[in-house]
Design a binder for this molecule. Structure first.
Ligand SMILES: [Mg+2]
Length: 372
């Protein structure tokens, strides 16, 4: 548990308000990046907000922001054909070829860079291992993908890092040999059974936001009540965060739904709102994200201050940028963004869709098996 305490000391009671900024994905990245450069120093449990922070929070949650949230969500939704990110084919291919080339095309270079180092795999779930579907309860991964991930975990330590509740992700993936970081990394558990990658028998279990559980539960119930008048709206309780899914809601209703969400969370200054692909997410105002989860898992695996580790993080959403950024800052391994459209990203490479992710993982397995 020593390691866990050490990590908890790095939590910050002040959330990054930047997360709630309505900017487009691309425009907000530089600001977001700048905000996370200093290591957090406020210990866990200190979740009180200063008056100015509270004001900023209310301001950011003002009605004027609703339209921007909705616009931003539309922009980051991959199936939205008129998205500002679906640029012309020319700029699309130059983004792919020059700035974030396909991880499949660059496979040899990637393997070369990893030589002599331990590859550790981090995989987002929705949109990375499974396609984005209308009903989030049916975001199943294919059996072929499951088999590939299972083989991958035999070759390298492998973790699933998701915004969803850990139990929910596990119910989709159903592989006991993986690490799972649910609720954006706020709920972390190690392999259920003995894994050859583990140095200790102890299962990693880390829940930096457990004090928020009753509040999250309350907000969940209020959101269900408030949004039931909007056809297609779905509220999901992810234990340490709540998601309001817009996937099945008519786009003309998005503003109304976002206002309903705002009317609930404005009463909770200790919760913050972030926006993703057709989803608004409500989470505790602690500085904990997928990037922190990645660092925590690397430490848990015994790679603290190691130079011989090569982490690879694959994800498709804005929340994955925290992890891409960590890898870029550490100069270790790299991120792969799953996207068909150009986006500003801290990832080094790209893959277009889960099918390509599977092919990439399979190539890693094949390479490892040839080089045992
Ligand atoms: Mg995702």
């Amino acid at each position: 548990m020593g390691m866990i305490k050490q990590n908890a000391a790095g939590l910050n009671g002040n959330s990054s308000i930047i997360d709630m900024m309505p900017d487009l994905y691309s425009a907000s990245l530089s600001t977001y990046t700048a905000s996370s450069q200093k290591p957090p120093v406020v210990p866990v449990g200190n979740t009180s907000m200063s008056r100015s922070k509270l004001l900023t929070n209310l301001e950011v949650n003002s009605p004027q922001r609703i339209t921007s949230w909705v616009d931003s969500m539309k922009a980051s939704s991959p199936t939205h054909v008129k998205s500002p990110h679906s640029l012309t084919e020319d700029s699309n291919s130059s983004w792919m070829q020059l700035r974030h080339p396909s991880a499949l095309d660059m496979f040899e270079q990637i393997i070369h860079a990893s030589q002599g180092k331990q590859i550790v795999m981090f995989l987002d779930y929705d949109g990375t291992l499974s396609p984005i579907v209308d009903n989030p309860d049916k975001a199943f991964m294919s059996n072929k993908m499951r088999t590939t991930v299972k083989k991958l975990a035999r070759c390298f330590p492998t973790a699933i890092v998701s915004g969803r509740c850990r139990d929910k992700v596990y119910s989709f993936v159903r592989l006991g040999e993986l690490y799972y970081a649910g609720s954006h990394g706020m709920d972390i558990k190690g392999p259920a059974k003995g894994s050859k990658h583990k140095k200790h028998d102890q299962t990693v279990l880390f829940q930096p936001a457990s004090e928020f559980l009753p509040m999250i539960d309350e907000v969940y119930k209020e959101l269900v009540e408030k949004t039931k008048s909007t056809p297609g709206a779905k509220v999901e309780n992810n234990k340490f965060c709540v998601s309001v899914h817009f996937r099945c809601v008519d786009e003309n209703e998005w503003t109304e739904l976002a206002q309903q969400v705002r009317s609930v969370i404005k009463e909770y200054p200790k919760l913050r709102l972030t926006q993703g692909r057709k989803v608004l997410e409500i989470r505790p105002t602690i500085k904990w994200d997928k990037g922190k989860a990645l660092e925590f898992l690397l430490e848990s695996l015994g790679f603290t201050n190691c130079t011989n580790v090569f982490p690879v993080y694959i994800g498709d959403d804005r929340t994955d940028e925290d992890a891409f950024k960590i890898l870029r800052d550490r100069g270790q391994g790299f991120g792969i963004l799953v996207s068909k459209f150009p986006k500003d990203t801290n990832a080094s490479y790209s893959l277009q869709e889960p099918e390509e992710v599977m092919n990439f993982l399979q190539r890693l397995v094949n390479w490892k098996q040839l080089n045992l």
